[in-house]
Design a protein around this ligand. Structure first.
Ligand code: ADP
Ligand code: MG
Length: 324
């Protein structure tokens, strides 16, 4: 049986990497980790917790879970336009299961390495499966993509595609039947989201966007946070929302519902001056991320959903709320 300290040593302590950014002065093993952010930059900090039975189904694949636990945190840095520095991992485990720890840590480190983001510390305890990551990033003062910065006249943009994660969940929960090809297309969007870090950094560094957030609880609800924080309203063209390839083959009704209010998309929603359209398309190209214009910020408060003809759409959509 693995002890707490064997477990940390075996699965969560790695030799100092030669290609490391040099931002980690001291990693796992002491009472605190020491990070050295680039002088003059601001620290961006965020935590996201994944709870079994709430954020993922019991028995979820550990490799995918390792990936997703870090991906949702990297997505928060992306939404701010920050560059990843490092992260901590607080883990409650029902048992020291070597096969689970092996898969989880491999999934976690594969994504960490892809983003040059080191695990620098954490905490490990016995308990119901619960994974909490705190991530640290950095950005130049004044460049962060905040929720309170949308301006009337801004375009509203979405990265990538929406709704396939929700479609995959619907299939898992037997809410709908998917043919095997569609299921195979949609599943990675639920289990292995790709955080849009490169796009977020380009938008912030180039001062191309005003406000941004990552879409975790469904676009309509999340966009509502930007509108509230910025004290503005918006028109959203629901039929312009880019559906994931599997969702694109479903009915119009399902497409509208899952693109506008799916959940677990981890795409960026951002607002930007119309003067930056060309530069934003170029940033999308440079970061290998599709970007689509889907609406407009207005001074009049409230969110107005319209269809492709511009006619008002009455959809009863709700963002995800853990306590609703
Ligand atoms: P403390 O006694 O300060 O609580 P711990 O015994 O919990 O320290 O942890 C020992 C070291 O291992 C610390 O450096 C801590 O950051 C690290 N650590 C503990 N759990 C994890 C984990 N799941 N992932 C990475 N590092 C961890
Ligand atoms: Mg501890």
């Amino acid at each position: 049986m693995l002890s707490e300290f064997d477990l940390i040593k075996q699965y969560f302590t790695r030799p100092k990497r030669r290609d490391a950014s040099g931002r980690t002065v001291l990693g796992v093993g002491d009472d605190c980790a020491l990070l050295a952010p680039t002088p003059g930059l601001q620290l961006a900090v965020s935590s996201d917790m994944l709870v079994e039975g709430r954020h993922f189904l019991a028995g979820a694949d550990p490799y995918a879970l390792g990936h997703k636990s870090l991906a949702v945190n990297l997505s928060d840095l992306a939404a701010m336009g920050a560059a990843p520095l490092g992260f901590t991992l607080a883990l409650a485990l029902p048992a020291a299961d070597a096969a689970w720890l092996d898969g989880f840590s491999r999934g976690l480190f594969a994504l960490a390495d892809a983003h040059g983001c080191e695990l620098v510390g954490g905490d490990t305890t016995k308990g119901p499966l619960n994974i909490c990551i705190t991530i640290f990033g950095e950005l130049a003062p004044g460049t962060a993509l905040r929720r309170d910065a949308a301006q009337p006249g801004d375009d509203i943009w979405i990265s990538g595609t929406l709704g396939d994660a929700r479609l995959a969940l619907a299939a898992c929960l037997n809410e709908c039947a998917l043919d095997p090809d569609d299921a195979a297309l949609a599943a990675p969007r639920l289990h292995a989201p790709a955080p849009r870090v490169a796009l977020g950094r380009l938008l912030a560094a180039g001062r191309l966007a005003h406000a941004a957030l990552d879409i975790s609880d469904g676009l309509v609800g999340d966009l509502g946070h930007i509108l509230a924080a910025s004290k503005v309203g918006a028109v959203l063209d629901v039929d312009a929302l880019p559906a994931g390839p599997a969702l694109a083959r479903q009915s119009l009704e399902l497409r509208r519902r899952f693109t506008a209010a799916g959940g677990d998309d981890y795409e960026l929603c951002f607002t930007a001056s119309a003067a930056n359209r060309e530069a934003i398309l170029a940033a999308g190209e440079q970061s290998g991320t599709a970007v689509t214009r889907v609406g407009r910020i207005e001074a009049e408060l409230g969110l107005r959903l319209v269809d492709a003809t511009g006619a008002a759409l009455a959809l009863h959509l709700q963002g995800w709320d853990h306590f609703a």
